[in-house]
Every structure is written in structure tokens, then in C-alpha cells.
Ligand binder design. Structure first.
Ligand SMILES: *Cc1c(COP(=O)(O)O)cnc(C)c1O
Length: 344
């Protein structure tokens, strides 16, 4: 890996961050807080939240097997994606490389930041090719995005390809593991200590069942995390979110039960879906959704909408012609989908 200070945009490497009242005094047990221009009334919401979410990080670090200093929390993983582009890529000059098709936010964030986004098409089984990815990389490539299990295809990517890029690319490799809890393979978090160029993204939005509180995670070297902390908004994760997440993290066993239930339901729904007249192929899934090819995706999608059932039409995406992406719901919801499509 190139030294971090060379990879970062020069303005970020040189940045003197804003220091908030809560940065300057980090203790909690003083008697009187007159440092942050807060209103003394309306406890506890009158107080600014912990800018570094220390209590929550300590809890989650234990579950994830990392050190708190290797963690960043943001307003969804989307905040971490945006930070990566803003920290590393000089607008109009640097570029990011990504597998295609994949999660749309990488490309949108690159566009917003004026960063060239290079899409490297996968094969028809949605597997990337390391040599093609490496061929798309040049001296201005700062980031490579992987997503595994991948959205919208649902499959785990070939580990050897990700590892080859991690071994050969001298910039930052990002592995988005939003669906890792469903994947049945180890997380790249295992390799965090050995690889200073690795950033792993996870989220509370999927297996944890908390999309509504907007809490995403990035895991990386302490050096990268410190830079993220410098660039983020000081109070990017609000008090309500931190509090709710802490409560839920204490009952992590519920998440494990949900995952088991959803995995069983996934097998059942995929089998039933594959047997439908309208379906021509169900792609293998390692996530809490699957991609299916149908005879006429628009007609099927519109028919389902008319019946109050919403799936995602992915037909306009590369390699995804005439496909629908279906999230695994409750057994009752999934039954409704199947019964409805049988009547089509
Ligand atoms: C859903 C999803 C996320 C989660 O985004 P949040 O902003 O954390 O809700 C991240 N990456 C991928 C690939 C996703 O599908």
C-alpha cells in the first residue's frame, strides 16, 4: 500500500479538524456542564451525543472481534462510502473502480463528488475477474469497491479475486459486507489486522433489523479510522440512534434467531418462486434476497404493484435484463407473493 498520506487528498491529509466541546472534555461525571451552550432543561436530549460513540463501539467491537479504534459509525453505510470518496479521490483527477453490477450508491457518490467511476463487468454468474479489475486500475485509482454478498445478484464473490486485488492494488480496497450475516462464509474482518489497505463496511440496516435508525459501520486500520473521524460531521450519529442501538446490541441473540428464520424462509421461497410459470431462473443467494429472471419483468412487476406487493425491478442494470430482486419477508408475506403470482 502507498503511505496513507500520499493516498489521501492533500487537503484531507493536512486537515485540522473542528474540535467540539465534547471532544475537549471527554469525561461524563463532571457535576456541571457549561461548555457546549446547551439548554439545561429537557434532559437527556438537551445534551450533545458522544461524537465517537464510545459505549456502542465497545459493545459492538466485542461482537465483531475488532478493537474499538478500528470502527467508524455513520449515518448508514452510505456515509462511510461518501467519506471514502471525499477523503481519497481528488475531483476531476482520481478514479474509483468497482464491480458491475453492484450497489448503486458507490457510483452515485462518485458522481456527486466529481470522481470518475470505472465499472468492470462481471461474468454471467456475477463473479468478478481479478485481471480485468487490475487492468482498469491506473496510477490515479484510489479505491476499489467490492460488495459480497453482492447486491443485486445476491451471491458471495470469489474470495480469491478480492484477495488478489488486496495483494496487488496499492490503494484502498473496500469490501461491502451489508449482507454478511446471511452469507455462511467468514467476514473479511478476520484480515483487518493483516491488511492496512482494507476497509470493510457493515450495517445495522439488514440482519440487525434497524434500517430506520440509520447506523452503518466501517472497519479499517486505526490510521484510516482517525482520518474518517476528522472528516465526518462532529455529531454524525445522534443520541436516539446510539441509545437504541445499545439496547438492541444487548439482545444480539435475537439477530441470530432472525437470521436462522430468514435462511430457512429463503430456501423455501426460492424453491416456490423457481416453480412459477413466469420464472425462468432463480440465481443462488447468500443474502436475505434473491434475484430471479422472469419472462416479462415489467409486466410481473406492474401486476404485483396492482396487488399491493412491491419487489424491485432490476431489468435496466447490466447483466440483469428481465430480473426482479425479491427480499425475504415473513412466511405469510412470502406466501402472499407466491399465491399472487400463481394467479397471474
Ligand atoms: C442495504 C445496503 C447497504 C446499507 O446501507 P445503509 O446506509 O447502512 O442502510 C450497504 N451496502 C449495500 C450493498 C446494501 O445493499
Amino acid at each position: 500500500m502507498r503511505p496513507l498520506n500520499e493516498l489521501l487528498r492533500p487537503n484531507i491529509a493536512a486537515l485540522k479538524p473542528y474540535t467540539s466541546a465534547r471532544d475537549e472534555y471527554q469525561g461524563k461525571d463532571a457535576k456541571v456542564f457549561l461548555d457546549a451552550n446547551e439548554n439545561p432543561y429537557n434532559q437527556p436530549y438537551n445534551r450533545y451525543p458522544d461524537p465517537l460513540q464510545r459505549d456502542l463501539k465497545e459493545r459492538v467491537a466485542r461482537i465483531k472481534g475488532v478493537r474499538p479504534g478500528q470502527m467508524f459509525f455513520g449515518n448508514g453505510s452510505d456515509e462511510a462510502i461518501d467519506l471514502m470518496l471525499r477523503m481519497f479521490c481528488r475531483p476531476g483527477q482520481d478514479n474509483a473502480v468497482a464491480i458491475e453490477p453492484t450497489y448503486g450508491m458507490y457510483g452515485v457518490c462518485a458522481d456527486i463528488n466529481g470522481v470518475e467511476y470505472r465499472r468492470v463487468l462481471m461474468d454471467e454468474n456475477f463473479q468478478p475477474d481479478a485481471d480485468k479489475l487490475l487492468a482498469a486500475i491506473d496510477s490515479n485509482t484510489k479505491l476499489v469497491f467490492f460488495c459480497s454478498p453482492n447486491n443485486p445478484s445476491g451471491n458471495n464473490l470469489d474470495r480469491a479475486v478480492i484477495e488478489k486485488v488486496l495483494d496487488s492494488f496499492d490503494g484502498i480496497t473496500i469490501v461491502d459486507e451489508a449482507y454478511i450475516d446471511f452469507a455462511g462464509v467468514p467476514s473479511f474482518l478476520e484480515q483487518l489486522d493483516a491488511r492496512p489497505n482494507l476497509v470493510v463496511l457493515q450495517t445495522f440496516s439488514k440482519a440487525w433489523g434497524m434500517a430506520g435508525i440509520r447506523l452503518g459501520m466501517a472497519f479499517a486500520s486505526e490510521e484510516i479510522i482517525q482520518t474518517m473521524n476528522k472528516v465526518k460531521y462532529p455529531y454524525n450519529v445522534n443520541q436516539l440512534t446510539q441509545q437504541k442501538a445499545l439496547e438492541e446490541v444487548k439482545q444480539y441473540d435475537r439477530v441470530q434467531v432472525w437470521v436462522c428464520t430468514l435462511l430457512e424462509e429463503r430456501a423455501r421461497l426460492m424453491k416456490d418462486f423457481a416453480a412459477l410459470d413466469c420464472c425462468t431462473k432463480v440465481y443462488p443467494s447468500d443474502a436475505n434476497f434473491f434475484l430471479a429472471r422472469v419472462k416479462d419483468a415489467s409486466a410481473t412487476y406492474n401486476y404485483l404493484v396492482d396487488n399491493g406487493i412491491i419487489v424491485r425491478n432490476r431489468s435496466r442494470i447490466a447483466l440483469c435484463g428481465n430480473t426482479l430482486r425479491v427480499t425475504i419477508g415473513t412466511r405469510a408475506e412470502d406466501d402472499e407473493l407466491i399465491e399472487c403470482l400463481k394467479r397471474m
